[in-house]
Unconditional design. Structure first.
Length: 185
């Protein structure tokens, strides 16, 4: 439950750095405010035994400002802030958030794309892996004080889920589900 919401100014952050860019385009001087952020990985998980796609549901304060709820459906994901390969970070996030231990060679790189291009321009690299119950080592849910709920969406309902505007979803989840439905079935 989210309580006692207060919006404060951000003087220092380990995750974002506000910047202002001034540049000339077509002989016109322009200014653009942006933030420097970490790149990220996201992982689409397909549960073979359940015929489901795995997503996570968690509270996101910026979404709360827009819809008063703040809970989003996303792919398992994490920022690139460690001295590890992207695949190793993906492996770690799958274990922490969703509770599955997957061998590194079973995590397939799909593609990368830019996110939040209007203000951040971070690169997200999408991975894919198949899971089953023999790979489950915990319930997931995140580490430290993360509060992540693991959600399974039946493949037969995936398109309907993506198009349901009552559920806040990330573009990465929508792209990942579309890629799976088009290329992996």
């Amino acid at each position: 439950m989210i309580q006692n919401v207060e919006i404060l100014s951000c003087e220092h952050s380990d995750f974002i750095k506000p910047k202002r860019m001034q540049y000339r385009q077509n002989n016109v001087l322009k200014t653009w405010d942006m933030v420097e952020v970490h790149d990220s990985v996201s992982i689409l998980l397909y549960h073979e035994e359940h015929d489901t796609l795995i997503a996570v549901r968690q509270f996101r304060p910026p979404v709360y400002l827009k819809n008063g709820d703040g809970y989003t459906y996303e792919l398992c994901a994490g920022i690139v802030d460690k001295d590890k390969t992207l695949a190793e970070i993906a492996h770690e996030e799958i274990l922490e958030e969703c509770g599955y231990f997957i061998a590194l060679d079973q995590i397939q790189r799909v593609t990368s794309f830019y996110t939040a291009v209007g203000f951040a321009g971070a690169v997200q690299t999408l991975y894919f892996a198949r899971v089953n119950e023999s790979m489950r080592v915990s319930d997931g849910g995140g580490i430290d004080h993360e509060s992540i709920e693991v959600i399974e969406i039946p493949v037969s309902k995936a398109k309907e889920f993506v198009l349901d505007e009552t559920k806040a979803k990330t573009p990465g989840l929508m792209f990942g589900f579309g890629w799976f439905l088009e290329d992996q079935r």
